[in-house]
Write a protein that binds this ligand. Structure first.
Ligand code: ADP
Ligand code: ZN
Ligand code: ZN
Length: 740
């Protein structure tokens, strides 16, 4: 690729406007020296005006007649800039995940390059007040009162804001210009960046690092200094001191003049993280996320590019902060699904971070209490280095976990949504004035069908994932499209208590009111957090002790410490267990472990109740035992057996079409193409088979090697490009996080 003779070059480049690329010839002298992302000088337009452009692609085929192709003049002095590495990353994302170059560029380039930044102007005396006296006398004599007011004030104060002159002193800009023209004053412009971070936060606490923490810090920094930066996984429960390690690493990096990106999974978590980082690093910290205005975002990018900040904190897209001296990328809660983009190109921030780090020779540090199978597997194979933080430094003991078998509750005549144990423990908490959290895990919920008497779940005979209930009770596999009629008796035990699983936070709230009329209940779900800031408001109210019980979806398991919470109830652990995709077990294990971690953060010991129809499921058993390793080994057996990531790789191909039949026809053709290099499942209508007026057809390819799947994607892209008049859209998703 590097040795091609032609380069595609974009001359104007910004998030809003990416011109089409122009092809240029690489001169003999530069052959082999031009790389993607490089800034070069090219002749442009009829006058052959010299312009700077970025190389976004290199190839061997001329797109026009040879004599129509102009030649690159030289490599720009700028060399490899922040912009350059972004473009290189865009090219990598395009290649790796499949999309157009334009879409990839839009993903990585900061928004609003062209936005004007407000200027903060100051007026100051150009000379000393004494030297200004003669001018003052002249103004008095000529009755130039505006000039007089301005100069008199400046003689007193030396310097005033421009707005003060035009406002309070009512001096017009024309007069200011005139006085400036006489050399009496100077107007200076300072760029007033919008800074979303309030640096006047709490003072940092200093801690004595534990030996485990020190080991991580020394290893990462020593590797970096030795010129062999790597990828590291910090496996440590919440409160084991990971964030403290991140900050120490950043301090080490900034001491070396390097900059750092800290990725967090959700915007909702930014606030607390930023507070801790600014307490330590002050104004060198900023944030970047989608709730900032376009202007604010553009400013943070500029501040980063100009080296005014060293640390940026934000979700996925903060990875694209244009630092020039990047030394470290931290990815907290690296297992979170939100690190994968849901829009095209569907890149995973962990993979993109690895790539970006390699351009800069930067270190990549992943942290989690429940690492993704991908990362743990990579550590097992020696591809990344793993560290364990085994102790909780905040004190507080690990909670006691009870697994309550809902099948038994039913057998014993309890049909309420609360097991007897959970009800008793809730009652005890209310009596003791302690708080409880009830958690309904709806993430990835897809309407599975299970038997209340024996726990049997209806599964696809081919894919070993749960079937989903569709209208009329039909059961469908979201991977292969396998379908069967509604069931009325359990195929395992003959019970007629086999039905779809339905529960909502609102129902739980109502049931609580009935059961404990005296209890204060707060509810947090998509409905109650629709308004801006309501998330924070509910959590703060609960932290203040405004309610006894907090009911909510997965939103409540993260952020905020509630020292007075001594009981956590997981109402239906099965909801996430049977989401109909291969990651359901992993997500459940993570959520249960996280939820359990919410109990007993303070001095009092905590208890956790997990209610389920499948107490023997490995996700539940190992979460209850807080045994990550045990979970990992059993889950990997399943992934190996079924050929699911990370044991193998998977490519989801989603075809969107106006007409159902046309979409299926295209999917069948592409699937045949994919079949030449991978095992193909499907095509079938997607779980959500239609959004808006577009039909969704999906198939999956599986292979032991990612590069085989990328090659297949390239083949499909080539076919689609050759028939570019078509109305169907095709999306690729490598190692998908959810099913379609
Ligand atoms: P994590 O990011 O793993 O949840 P934190 O870094 O937030 O852990 O640490 C949890 C708490 O323990 C914080 O209040 C932090 O200040 C404190 N802490 C971290 N490291 C130490 C240490 N070495 N000694 C004492 N307290 C520590
Ligand atoms: Zn049954
Ligand atoms: Zn199937």
């Amino acid at each position: 690729m590097i040795n091609g003779r032609y380069a595609d070059i974009i001359v104007t480049i910004s998030h809003e406007k990416v011109d089409r690329p122009f092809q240029y010839r690489i001169p003999e002298t530069l052959l082999g020296k031009i790389t993607i992302g490089m800034c070069v000088i090219v002749p442009f337009g009829a006058g052959n005006k010299e312009l700077a452009g970025y190389v976004i692609g290199i190839g061997d085929r001329p797109a026009y007649a040879e004599d129509k192709i102009k030649e690159i003049r030289r490599i720009s002095e700028e060399g490899m800039s922040a912009r350059g590495s972004q473009i290189r990353l865009a090219a990598w994302i395009r290649e790796q995940y499949g999309s157009t170059m334009i879409a990839a560029l839009r993903t990585v380039l900061p928004v609003g390059r062209k936005m004007a930044t407000p200027q903060k102007r100051q007026i100051r005396l150009a000379q000393s007040p004494e030297e200004t006296q003669p001018a003052l006398a002249i103004c008095r004599r000529k009755r130039q009162n505006a000039r007089l007011r301005l100069l008199e004030r400046l003689c007193e104060e030396g310097e005033i804001p421009y707005e003060c002159a035009t406002g309070e002193l009512s001096v017009t800009p024309a007069v200011i210009r005139a006085v400036e023209g006489m050399g009496l004053i100077a107007v200076t412009a300072q760029t007033a960046y919008r800074n979303p971070v309030n640096a006047a936060a709490a003072r940092p606490r200093s801690v004595t690092l534990s030996d485990e923490q020190k080991t991580v810090i020394t290893s990462v920094l020593d590797d970096y200094r030795a010129g062999s930066p790597g990828t590291y996984l910090i496996h440590g429960i919440t409160g084991s001191g990971k964030t403290e390690v991140y900050m120490e690493l950043i301090a080490g990096m900034t001491a070396l003049g390097r900059q750092a990106i800290v990725l967090i999974p959700e915007i909702a978590l930014t606030y607390q993280t930023v507070e801790r980082f600014t307490a330590r690093f002050g104004e060198r910290v900023s944030v970047l996320h989608s709730r900032l205005s376009a202007g604010e975002r553009a400013d943070q990018c500029r501040r980063a590019e100009e080296g005014e900040i060293d640390i940026i904190i934000g979700p996925r897209s903060a990875l694209f902060t244009p630092f020039r001296r990047l030394g470290l990328i931290v990815m907290d809660e690296e297992h979170e699904g939100s690190y994968k983009s849901e829009a095209m190109p569907k890149y995973h921030a962990r993979e993109a971070a690895k790539e970006l780090a390699s351009y800069f020779g930067a270190s990549l540090v992943l942290g989690s209490a429940t690492p993704s199978l991908e990362s743990y597997y990579a550590a097992e194979r020696g591809l990344i280095r793993r560290f364990e933080l085994t102790r909780r430094l905040t004190g507080g003991t690990l909670p006691r976990v009870y697994v309550e078998d809902l099948r038994r509750e039913l057998r014993d005549g309890n049909r309420s949504m609360f097991s007897r144990r959970l009800r008793d423990l809730l009652e005890a908490r209310l009596a003791a004035g302690e708080q409880s959290i009830l958690f309904l895990n709806r993430r990835g919920y897809a309407g599975f069908v299970s038997c209340r008497a024996c726990g049997h779940v209806m599964k696809c005979p081919h894919c070993d994932v749960s079937l989903s209930e569709h209208r009329g009770g039909r059961l469908i596999c979201h991977y292969c499209g396998y379908e069967q009629a509604a069931v009325t008796v359990c195929p395992a035990c003959g019970s007629s208590y086999i039905l779809g699983f339905r529960a909502g936070t609102q129902q739980i709230e109502e049931n609580l009111h009935r059961l404990f009329p005296q209890a204060g209940v707060l509810r947090m779900d998509a409905d109650t957090t629709r308004k801006k800031d309501s998330y924070e408001a509910i959590l703060s109210a609960f932290a203040r002790g405004d309610a006894d019980i907090l009911v909510g979806t997965q939103m409540i398991v993260k952020g905020h410490d509630f020292p007075n919470v001594t009981l956590v109830g997981v109402l239906a652990a099965d909801l996430s267990l049977h989401a109909g995709d291969y990651r359901a077990g992993e997500r459940t294990f993570q959520l249960l472990t996280q939820a359990a971690g919410r109990a007993g953060r303070g001095k009092k010991p905590g208890e956790v109740v997990i209610q389920t129809y499948q107490p023997q499921h490995h996700s539940i058993r190992f979460a209850a035992a807080q045994d990550y390793r045990g979970f990992y080994e059993e889950e990997m057996q399943y992934r190996r057996l079924m050929g699911y990531p990370p044991a193998a790789h998977m490519l989801a191909v989603l075809v969107l079409s106006q007409e159902e039949e046309a979409g299926m026809k295209l999917a069948v053709r592409l699937a045949a193409l994919a079949g030449e290099g991978a095992r193909v499942i499907g095509p079938a209508p997607a779980a959500i088979s239609r959004i808006g007026d577009r039909y969704r057809t999906v198939f999956y390819g599986k292979s032991g090697h990612m590069k085989d799947l990328i090659a297949i994607k390239d083949k499909m892209e080539a076919v689609l490009e050759a028939e570019n008049s078509r109305t169907e859209t095709v999306q690729f998703d490598f190692d998908p996080m959810n099913c379609y």
